[in-house]
Design a protein around this ligand. Structure first.
Ligand code: ATP
Ligand code: MG
Length: 377
């Protein structure tokens, strides 16, 4: 038995001298570490999720857990429809993770399971080491959840509503007052604190939703499309707020706005049709996309002839012509990894005397990755 996994205890038996044993600690750090390490290996989380190996400490497990979220084979079935299919992923403490997917992909369903609002059909989830259903109070205390449609009481005033929410989340009177002051400040709501919620603009209502998620001072924020329906100025303001919050919180944000993800997230999880299609940093995802390569060329000549000639070039996988308004045609030329066919295309155009007005290599974006991974075929 690993000594680090044991703690000395003295056991007294009537009529016998006291005996000292090394007995297993109730939930020892070493046992927990090896279980987490096994989980990490099984889920292929890799070295990005180290387990804090403070050998010899025997405090309860969750404090040792570096993963803020562990989703383990989560599935959700609605009648005959499987909205989420056996997904596993982890979010480390301090990460800001974008959760992307097209409409109906299963984002909200996953987030609702992670926050304890929807029981999974199978699988489990832990937040800060606590099982979201079996230890739901402990887990939920650590989560600030901003749902897709923030349910606000229109007849209440902003600070009154936040105080009510704080008390509902278990804060005492004094702490509620203090925390409401803090979140009004953080979310830029000081100027509207006495306004009725129903009179607020959409952007300010989103801020109230965010303040609500923050009021009990959670370590983890789970935000479901926080900038949905906002105008560009409001999006910018909320994005800046999220960026600031990311400095002191772990964040999981579902969004459709890809530039937002590129600007604010360390990592992206792409989900489609209830399954995870990719999980990596935006830069790595874009890098993989770029390796596959895509060129764009505009030529004025018979499209079928040009497309056939382009298709015959070395390293060209596919050519898709797109008719333009005038007599020009734009061709998207998909090439093998590492192939740059620009010179060959220019030579081809010169050889046949085709007028050519544009030729460039397409710089992949996160949008390309998203479309490639989630487009219906
Ligand atoms: N309560 C429910 N009952 C039945 N089906 C549901 C329920 N909630 C979600 N669904 C279905 O599960 C699938 C996933 O829905 P979900 O809301 O998780 O998608 P989403 O990725 O959040 O989409 P969006 O981008 O539109 O918000 C959809 O097909 C949806 O119709
Ligand atoms: Mg949704």
């Amino acid at each position: 038995m690993d000594l680090a996994a044991t703690q000395a205890s003295t056991m007294i038996f009537p009529g016998c001298p006291s005996l000292k044993f090394n007995t297993p600690a109730p939930r020892t750090s070493a046992a927990r570490i090896s279980r987490l390490a096994a989980d990490a290996k099984r889920l292929d989380w890799g070295a990005a999720y180290p387990v804090n190996q403070r050998q010899g400490e025997s405090q309860p497990g969750p404090a040792l857990c570096v993963s803020m979220i562990e989703a383990n084979n989560l599935s959700k079935q609605f009648a005959r429809h499987e909205a989420v299919r056996n997904i596993s992923f982890a979010v480390a403490r301090g990460e800001v993770v974008g959760f992307l997917g097209p409409n109906g992909a299963g984002k909200t369903t996953t987030l609702r399971m992670l926050t304890g609002y929807l029981p999974p059909t199978s699988g489990s989830a832990r937040v800060a080491g606590f099982d979201i259903f079996r230890q739901s109070l402990e887990a939920r205390r650590r989560i600030g959840y901003m749902p897709e449609n923030v349910p606000l009481y229109g007849e209440m005033r902003v600070s009154e509503y936040l105080k009510f929410r704080a008390q509902l989340k278990g804060l005492g009177k004094h702490d509620s007052r203090r925390r409401v002051g803090v979140v009004l400040d953080t979310c830029g709501l000081g100027g509207v604190r006495r306004k009725m919620i129903k009179t607020l603009s959409k952007g300010y209502r989103q801020r109230v939703g965010l303040a609500d998620a923050l009021v009990h001072d959670p370590e983890l924020l789970i935000l479901d499309e926080p900038t949905n329906g906002l105008d560009p100025n409001q999006i910018r303001q909320i994005r800046e707020l999220i960026r600031q919050l990311g400095q002191a919180h772990t964040l999981l944000i579902s969004t459709h706005i890809l530039t937002e993800v590129e600007m604010t997230c360390n990592r992206v999880i792409i989900i489609d049709n209830g399954k995870i299609r990719a999980a990596d940093t935006p830069a790595n995802l874009i890098g993989k996309m770029r390796a596959a390569g895509r060129l764009q060329v505009e030529i004025q000549s018979a499209p079928e002839v040009v497309a056939a000639a382009l298709n015959r070039l070395d390293g060209v996988k596919k050519v898709t012509p797109e008719a333009m308004d005038d007599e020009w045609t734009r061709y998207v030329v998909w090439v093998d990894s590492g192939v740059d066919a620009r010179e060959a295309i220019a030579q081809l155009a010169a050889q046949y005397g085709w007028p050519l007005r544009s030729l460039f290599r397409h710089e992949a974006t996160l949008e390309d990755v998203f479309v490639e991974l989630t487009r219906p075929d």
